[in-house]
Ligand binder design. Structure first.
Ligand code: UGA
Length: 442
């Protein structure tokens, strides 16, 4: 089948490359000519493991191409995916749908014979209705269907998530569109991936409900971690103890510095706004967001506490700045709040991240931060280390070497990648999340 994928962000580029790998003929479209130029040269605009190889392979066999020409890409497409950004709207937190609607207008002008327009961007309930209205108003004679096909891929494991998803959700209003969607996802049908067909509004809501529920699990375990710290319980054991109950499940119960990224913060807020608008407030999700916002702000205090109550004039080595490993994405990363607060408290911050430093440099909170070329360089003569992101290379540091480099052996581990036992044996003051504290700060 012929697919036009509008938007070459995370979702659009990964989905486009994966659909091409399924055997479809995919044209990825973006208004940003420099991005398309880079893609044509084989350069990836984002850091995502395996994406460069997947793109190159499908370009080589002629199934994947890139263009800025939306009209041409849509002209003979069987399906046009809208995968443009839906950032939080300034001021009110609603999803900003201007890019989606602008794309819908252009699609309306460009498509020819029967086409299925698919919203893959995360869009609030009712957006599909508006996309359909826009297209029908512009071209009443057109034969189209508008479907919703939310994406559940995670940054860092996006290709695997797309190709081997837990489920595919498709919201359709007609049997004809359902058939086209079935053909697009044929390889997954063959794999017996559960494919859930719903009405369009339901599919739109499923996406937000899924992200809000996952965010709820995280804020929940983070609050349990705080309680563990006060009571002397161990949050890792609590997570395991509840996670083994299959009704709860063990995933997304890792405590940390709070969730970040391009999805959970924006989508929880958009869901809360939609719910208010429809008069059905989602109080749990509101609390989840509040817990997370406060947590990110409070995280630096743990470093200050580990340093004996003050970081003024001290050097803090930050290991990891991205919101999670295997990405260079800095959007809403907890490190932004942490760095801001440390600087306010008079600390010098030396940071290292395997992929995120270029993106971090663009954020004003990082002005004045010194950048190191490796984790060991960052910790040279530092007064403490804070592990903010659980990149693999921070999981196996040579602890003797670390101790030799630091001015004082203090480690704040916001991802619980080390154990109290090993850090005690290695002679560190060690603060983690929801677990016993080791050393002077205990
Ligand atoms: C999230 C969802 O997991 C995807 O299913 C969804 O498709 C995507 O949003 C989206 O809407 O596009 P992503 O933002 O890439 O994916 O990252 P996650 O792996 O979900 O992590 C989000 C944040 O939660 C990170 O800051 C991570 O550190 C944090 N987290 C995650 C925890 O603190 N604890 C956990 O147990 C899991």
């Amino acid at each position: 089948m012929k697919i036009a994928m509008i938007g070459t962000g995370y979702v659009g580029l990964v989905s486009g490359a994966c659909f091409a790998d399924f055997g479809h003929e995919v044209v990825c479209v973006d208004k940003d000519a420099s991005k398309i130029d880079r893609l044509l040269r084989g350069e990836m605009p984002i850091y995502e493991p395996g994406l460069d190889v997947l793109v190159a392979g499908n370009v080589a066999v002629g199934r994947l191409s890139f263009t800025t020409d939306l009209t041409e890409a849509c002209a003979d497409a069987d399906a046009v995916f809208i995968a443009v950004g839906t950032p939080s709207r300034r001021g009110d937190g609603h999803a900003d749908l201007s890019y989606v609607y602008a794309a819908a207008e252009e699609v309306a002008r460009s498509v020819g014979a029967y086409t299925v327009v698919v919203t893959k961007s995360t869009v609030p309930v009712g957006t599909g209705d508006e996309v359909e209205r826009i297209v029908r108003e512009a071209r009443p004679e057109l034969e189209i269907d508008v479907t919703s096909n939310p994406e559940f891929l995670r940054e860092g494991s996006a290709i695997e998530d797309f190709k081997r998803p837990d489920r595919v959700v498709i919201g359709v209003q007609s049997e004809r569109a359902r058939e086209v969607m079935r053909l697009l996802y044929r390889p997954l049908f063959i794999n017996e991936t559960p494919i859930l067909f719903t009405r369009r509004r339901t599919a739109e809501l499923i996406k937000y409900a899924a992200n809000a529920f996952l965010a709820t699990k995280i804020s929940f375990i983070n609050e349990m971690a705080d309680l563990c710290e006060k009571t002397g319980a161990d949050v890792q054991d609590v997570a395991r103890g509840i996670g083994l109950d299959r009704r709860i499940g063990s995933k997304f119960l890792h405590p940390g510095p709070g969730f970040g990224g391009s999805c959970f913060p924006k989508d929880t807020l958009a869901l809360v706004r939609t719910a208010e608008q429809f008069g059905a407030p989602t109080r749990i999700v509101t609390a989840v967001m509040e817990v997370n916002d406060q947590r990110k702000l409070r995280m630096a205090d743990r470093i200050i506490e580990a340093c004996g109550g003050s970081v003024s004039g001290k050097a803090i080595a930050l290991l990891g700045v991205t919101f999670k490993p295997e990405t260079d994405d800095m959007r809403d990363s907890p490190s932004i709040d942490i760095v801001g607060r440390l600087k306010e408290a008079g600390a010098t911050v030396v940071a290292y991240d395997p992929a995120g430093m270029d993106e971090a440099r663009k954020i004003s909170a990082f002005d004045g931060v010194k950048w190191a070329a490796s984790s060991y360089e960052a910790m040279q003569d530092a007064d403490a280390i804070a592990i903010v992101t659980e990149w693999n290379e921070f999981r196996a540091l040579d602890l003797d070497r670390v101790k030799g480099l630091l001015k004082s052996p203090i480690v704040v581990d916001m991802r619980n990648v080390y154990t109290a036992k090993e850090m005690r044996e290695a002679g560190f003051t060690y603060l983690s999340i929801g677990r016993e504290t080791v050393g002077a700060a205990a």
